[in-house]
Write a protein that binds this ligand. Sequence first.
Ligand SMILES: O=C(O)CCC(=O)C(=O)O
Ligand SMILES: [Fe+2]
Length: 314
Amino acid sequence: MGSLNLPELVVIDLSNEGLKAGSSSWSSACKDIRQALENHGCFIALYDKISPQLHRSIFQAADQLFDLPTEVKVQNINEKPYHGYVGQMPIVPLHEGLGIDYATTLEGAQSFTKLMWPDGNDSFCETAMSFAKTVADIEKIAVRLLFESYGVQKYTDSHVEATTYLLRFLKYRAPEEGESNNAFPSHTDKSFFTVLHQNHISGLEVRARNGEWINVVFPPSSFVVMAGDACQAWSNNRVLSPNHKVSLDKNGKETRYTMAQFSFLSKMVEVPEELVDDEHPLQFKPFAHVDLLNFYATDHGRRSQNILKDFCGV
Ligand SMILES: O=C(O)CCC(=O)C(=O)O
Ligand SMILES: [Fe+2]
């Protein structure tokens, strides 16, 4: 009996129809999102504004991008850690990734496209930007719901205005015979939120607050919204930034693609005073988001078992 009872993530409908501001569906979504983020650090979001056409074109765009010669892809360099090209790494041989910084802006999308296709590739640029904007809308709804669930909605607008987005194209080739199926090691994200959209190949596993690993099976038309370390810090340790990893089916033959959009703050990350009281004393000092990434890029940061405590603990 127990083995059939697999743990699952909460599903929340963020589509317009399912969610009218001020309605009872809005308040129940507030409750659900808070509970999901406190217990699992993530949830599955349904969102009807992503058309089947956009879903198809973003994965075609991914194919086109990864087909470029490695010497072109390695030009995707960013001074911010973990923002640029990753590939041909012996510790993660199945994995390759590239990132578009400021992906929701025309400048961000265009400068990445020009670097990869000096002669231009308008359809890639349009698809990537349109996908990034749709995913940013999902992230903003999640922020609104979460802030309201803690009664701190007065901070939502300034938070949203200071948010920038990094869109990463991630590829995991199927393991060859005898090769490990560990495609990406366990980690927490350094973002505020991460929104994931995958093709038809699953592989994501998330560790819930109770220590249980959850195999995340989500339909290709849906998204996983996950809290990062910055969100955990902002919430004064209420929200969980969950450990997660990618393991592929040992016998699988197909390539897994994930689109991962990370949100970052260009203003200080700080705990709202409303989230500090006798029961919840302040746990973290305010910090610049990019400094969390820079800390993670040091030996001390990478080895840390409790990065927030080591980086900004009070
Ligand atoms: O591919 C996935 O589903 C997860 C990717 C991930 O965790 C990351 O890039 O931080
Ligand atoms: Fe991650």
